[in-house]
Design a protein around this ligand. Sequence first.
Ligand SMILES: [Zn+2]
Ligand SMILES: [Zn+2]
Ligand SMILES: [Zn+2]
Ligand SMILES: [Zn+2]
Length: 480
Amino acid sequence: MELDNTKETNGTTPRKRENGLRLRPVLPDASGVGLPYAPVDWPKKGDVWTWKVGRRVAITGHFLDRYLYPPKRLHNLLNSGRKRGLASKLSVERYVQMAFPDADINAFFASFIWKIPAKKHSLTNVARAIFVAPSEELADLSVTEPQYDGLTCKAGNKKCNSLFAESESSSLVPLPCDLCCDEPHFCHDCCCILCSKTIDLNYGGYSYIKCEAMVDGCVCGHVAHLNCALRCYMAGTVGGSIGLDAEYYCRRCDAKTCLVPHVTRLLKTCESIDSPDDIEKILNIGVCILRGSQKTNARVLLNHIDSAITKLKCGTSLGDIWKVKEIDSAISAGVLHNGIEELEPSNHQDSLDSGPCLVSVLSISSDYQSEYQKLEYEIDQVLQALRKAQESEYKIAEERLDAQKNYLRNLYEQLDKEKSELSSRASGTEADALLNAILNRVDQIKQEVMKLKEMEEVANGFGRTPKGTLKKHFGLEIED
Ligand SMILES: [Zn+2]
Ligand SMILES: [Zn+2]
Ligand SMILES: [Zn+2]
Ligand SMILES: [Zn+2]
């Protein structure tokens, strides 16, 4: 569907008729009731919608931040996370379709103007508004970066999400932040809060997560690479005090975000990629996120990804990897539904939650071939791991036994030397002392030989060697 049915308005000629409505440029933070920027008498006569703009202005002369508020009587239909109103065309569309399934969405959007032009004198502020950085820094940036042309964000990123008006969450009011956001070249829209490097928007931005938690009416909006988050135990399933179950923990605002919808999107993205290597890389992130989760939809999804990876490894053609049995697609539809839909009435969700459990059981027997391939792959992995474990045990044993052997050889050599010294001195206090030393040496050798005998029990494998021996002689702590 064509979403953008308002025509582009040139910033230099803001006064222009559109849809028969007169466009009145407004100041930053302005708000208003009804036409031209919000619908009236919709859906019922007397219903008046309100609008509000933020401070940022796009290069086209329109406000980047633009909110639409439904009439008061419909407020209870808004999700609690959307107290600030609907911030993008997409969220308006979802809201309208959820609340009024029969409504003509095109007619709805045609009844008012979506893009709100900024007043002339606020246009002179365009660069500053978009750069956010103080003006000295602007000058600085253009000197240090010779290829600089056109708009970039504070981090010097031309592709930063904050520069695009239609990006849903970037048009919400950002959380004031004096941690990372005070740094001169840090942009919370495109710099990872864990490594400070910019995020990559390739393949639908699968590699990063944006925190969309609302804090005191502002959106957190900080982003992080998923790999960074996984490495820091801030994503996936993590025990302990953080306690995550297929979630992301934002270090900036302490909010947790469920990552199942992200992985669902990531899987969808893979269907349109034609590089097996890239697909595998993306799927592996999905696996790391979902592994160990107790959530039913996460486990079903993981099952799905595992089978896709197996097929990929077996050289299945890319088209066939995504072909799933009907029952599987029913599950994934359920997962997608639970995951992505935001404006769903909550009772609907409940009825879906109880469903997938049974369905996931059914799916295990429904696709025995892929299950079998999976088992094969799993066993292969186990055997490889066993071989590795045995190799490392062998190495440890070899090292320690050799060391003990060398130690004993030194002791024997020492004993020989002491004996020959004694034979050259027949009597006297010196001879007595030497004799004592020799007796001690013999005791020492006896003890070390006993130790070696204990160590030799590893011949049966570390698994059958007493734990005390492993700990004492091989430095291995084995837990029960
Ligand atoms: Zn920040
Ligand atoms: Zn940026
Ligand atoms: Zn990072
Ligand atoms: Zn956050």
